[in-house]
Design a protein around this ligand. Structure first.
Ligand code: ADP
Ligand code: MG
Length: 240
């Protein structure tokens, strides 16, 4: 479970990029965080994951505060950032072993887990090459494998389908479904409505730092019909 309690963040004094945002993502739920570019999705996720300090408010991961118990909170989620361009000089296998070390994955099970995950995403044969030789999609896949290796209970994914080929995108969605069905929590951001429509139990829409809607996709469609301003936002999101 992820509880976001009234958080705010300003990069520039007087201009809130995230403004008094509260959300609760329950266990067994896939939650889609929607909004146009620049809405504040990544800023929110960076606060959830402890990369950015929270100006006001707090975030609890399974009851552990990212502010006051950051290590305990961080043990409880796996994170896929919006850009997979990191540790480029490491070979794929070195990166995954590094992640396994950090997250304390049982040594006797590592090899098998890495094999299963990377075969699923079709990058097993690339593991002995440096990440810098990978395409964007392959980098995205290795980062996803690294995040899932320790079988975290809560998944936090920032635009995870970006750059994935259709099959990997489908596989990831299936994994998100399986994960939530087993009573665990998936939070992901997207600016692509079709993705959210297909898999989310609930969605939240953020615009200009403010949460403007939370509910099911059906409820969202109802609301868009009724309100012209939301219709405009809907168009902005679906553009591209
Ligand atoms: N490092 C930064 N410094 C200053 N402003 C930033 C920084 N990162 C993001 N912003 C601003 O904060 C707002 C929200 O950005 P972001 O959270 O990246 O949105 P999203 O992920 O929804 O596209 C935007 O107006 C963006 O320009
Ligand atoms: Mg973003």
């Amino acid at each position: 479970m992820i509880q976001i309690n009234n958080i705010s963040k300003s990069y520039i004094k007087g201009k809130k990029s995230v403004d008094s945002l509260s959300l609760e993502i329950k266990d067994g739920e896939i939650f889609g965080f929607l909004g146009p570019n620049g809405a504040g999705k990544t800023t929110t996720i960076r606060m959830m994951t402890g990369i950015l300090n929270i100006d006001e408010g707090d975030i609890l991961i399974d009851g552990k505060s990212i502010k006051n118990e950051p290590l305990e909170a961080k043990k409880r989620f796996g994170f896929v950032p919006d850009s997979p361009d990191m540790f480029l000089r490491l070979k794929g296998i070195e990166y995954l072993m590094f992640m396994a070390d950090i997250y304390d994955v049982d040594i006797s099970k590592r090899k098998e887990k890495i094999e299963t995950l990377t075969k699923k995403f079709d990058i097993y044969k690339e593991l002995n090459n440096q990440i810098q030789s990978y395409s964007h999609g392959m980098r995205q896949k290795i980062v996803i494998c690294g995040a899932l290796l320790a079988e975290p209970k809560n998944w936090i994914l920032d635009e995870p389908m970006t750059g994935l080929d259709p099959k990997s995108s489908y596989d990831l969605k299936e994994m998100m479904r399986e994960h939530s069905k087993s009573g665990k929590c998936v939070f992901f951001s997207t600016h692509v409505l079709e993705v959210a429509e297909k898999i989310c139990d609930r969605v939240g829409i953020i615009n200009k730092g403010k949460l403007v809607f939370v509910g099911t996709f059906e409820e969202m469609k109802q609301k868009f019909k009724e309100q012209a301003s939301l219709e405009k936002l809907f168009l902005e999101i679906t553009e591209e």
